[in-house]
Design a protein around this ligand. Structure first.
Ligand code: ASC
Length: 150
């Protein structure tokens, strides 16, 4: 796990340093990448939700590990919304590119809430996790409501 996270951190540093267009050979690669990052994020976010909502027993270590993964992944999709990635196998709405400042604001908000969730998960108590989970989930939903076709 440590090795994987450090590899992921390296990949992230590289990813964040490159201009968006340089990262993907084809628009469909970018679409695939951002969908994959959301899919993995949702799996780990869901494990936190299960604990926050009492569907699975609370385990502080599992919560902290999952929150760390979600926090890392929350930084990844945004570079994959470059030019030409509005068409194809995607539910992304045109508003992402037409109202890019609003999209940026929503993505910043989500990252901020996930970052708070990560801090809360590391506090090691269920109440802190519960308090941070709702606003984090709301920030995911807000973006879906405005920028994703369902
Ligand atoms: C999840 C998940 C999302 C968000 C969102 C919150 O678990 O996969 O996309 O929460 O549904 O409303």
């Amino acid at each position: 796990m440590k090795t994987m996270l450090s590899l992921l951190a390296t990949a992230m540093a590289v990813t964040l340093a490159l201009p968006a267009q340089a990262q993907f050979a084809k628009p469909e690669d970018a679409i695939k990448y951002r969908k994959a990052s959301y899919t993995v994020m949702a799996a780990h976010f869901g494990r936190l939700g299960a604990m926050a909502n009492g569907r699975t027993p609370y385990d502080a270590k599992v919560a902290a590990d999952n929150a760390e993964i979600v926090a890392t992944l929350s930084k990844l999709p945004w570079a994959a919304f470059g030019e030409g990635t509005d068409k194809g196998d995607t539910r992304a709405k045109p508003e992402i590119w037409k109202e890019s400042a609003k999209f940026k604001e929503a993505s910043d908000k989500m990252q901020a809430e996930i970052s708070k969730l990560n801090v809360a998960a590391k506090a090691g108590n269920l109440d802190a996790l519960k308090a941070a989970f709702g606003p984090a989930a709301a920030s995911c939903k807000a973006c879906h409501d405005s920028f994703r076709k369902d």
